[in-house]
Design a binder for this molecule. Structure first.
Ligand SMILES: C[S@@+](CC[C@H](N)C(=O)[O-])C[C@H]1O[C@@H](n2cnc3c(N)ncnc32)[C@H](O)[C@@H]1O
Length: 272
């Protein structure tokens, strides 16, 4: 396990993922019944963007720092939350900030050092459980939750060649165990072929109601670069496809590279 999110915190991929995560958490809170948020690949919780790892890559300069500098209206909810939390928040910190007293968070992290930092971040928080375990296995362990409502974030590092296959298997498991769970799964846009293969696999997966939201920074021609990223949504809440175009357009407006191929996409991969 070489990937450490501290080197990438606040980049454009984080902005896409977290802006949508905030939208999803607001949507979950529209219904009174409590829910479980399961963050399968949680990272360390918060990140100091002035510390060495973030400074070494400077990825936040082309991501959250641009949004903090000049916040477009469709991203105001997300950026205001980031600003209010002090240190730059990763997904579990964002989730925790938007839980209601009856909601719960389970966060899994497999890297021992990052797990220790995550555990320290949350301390004895009564609404959060931190686990040093494989996030994919956690789907079978924690779904369905007693609450019968769940929001699942699957955000793997894509270090392994078979990560997309593991993700597809995970979506099947999660859907079989909790058919109504809202699932968000992140994927990189590096080269066109693997993204097409992922979309095709999802179209044929037999899982209903899947939408993909993508932010393309440039043509996906150089497989060694992160040329954009996407989020797969299973059971996207009401108004997702109505609200997302403005969020994606605002992200592109601020984070776009001006290079050929920059674009947004909202693709329905499986009908309801
Ligand atoms: C992209 S980062 C997560 C970032 C975080 N979700 C956020 O948005 O702030 C991926 C994390 O998954 C962890 N990881 C890698 N393989 C894992 C696995 N099988 N189960 C749980 N965590 C894993 C890595 O150590 C890394 O911290």
């Amino acid at each position: 396990m070489n990937y450490r999110h501290a080197f990438h915190a606040g980049n454009a991929a984080d902005c896409l993922k977290h802006a949508i995560l905030v939208w999803l958490l607001r949507a979950m809170a529209r219904k009174e019944k409590p829910f479980l948020a399961l963050d399968t690949h949680a990272g360390i919780g918060t990140y100091d963007l002035t510390a060495t790892p973030a400074q070494r890559t400077n990825e936040a300069a082309a991501g959250i720092l641009r949004l903090l500098d000049d916040t477009p209206a469709p991203l105001a909810d997300y950026v205001t939350l980031v600003r209010s939390l002090g240190l730059y928040p990763g997904s579990p910190a964002i989730i925790r900030a938007l839980l209601r007293p009856s909601d719960r968070l389970i966060a899994c992290e497999l890297h021992p050092e990052d797990h220790a930092l995550l555990r320290r971040h949350f301390g004895r928080d009564g609404q959060t459980a931190i686990h040093l375990r494989d996030g994919y296995d956690a789907l079978a362990a924690f779904l369905p939750p007693p609450e019968r409502r769940a929001l699942v974030l699957i955000d793997p590092p894509y270090e392994r060649e078979d990560e997309a296959d593991r993700l597809l298997a995970a979506l099947h498991t999660a859907h079989r165990r909790a058919p109504s769970a809202v699932i968000a799964a992140w994927y990189p846009l590096k080269h066109r072929a693997p993204v097409r293969a992922l979309h095709d696999a999802l179209r044929g997966a037999g899982v209903p109601d899947i939408v993909a939201a993508e932010l393309h920074l440039r043509e996906p021609l150089d497989p060694t670069r992160l040329n954009g990223s996407g989020l797969i949504l299973v059971n996207p809440p009401f108004r997702f496809e109505t609200d997302l175009p403005a969020i994606l357009a605002a992200l592109l407006d601020r984070l776009g590279t001006g290079e050929p191929g920059q674009a947004t996409a909202l693709i329905r991969l499986a009908d309801e």
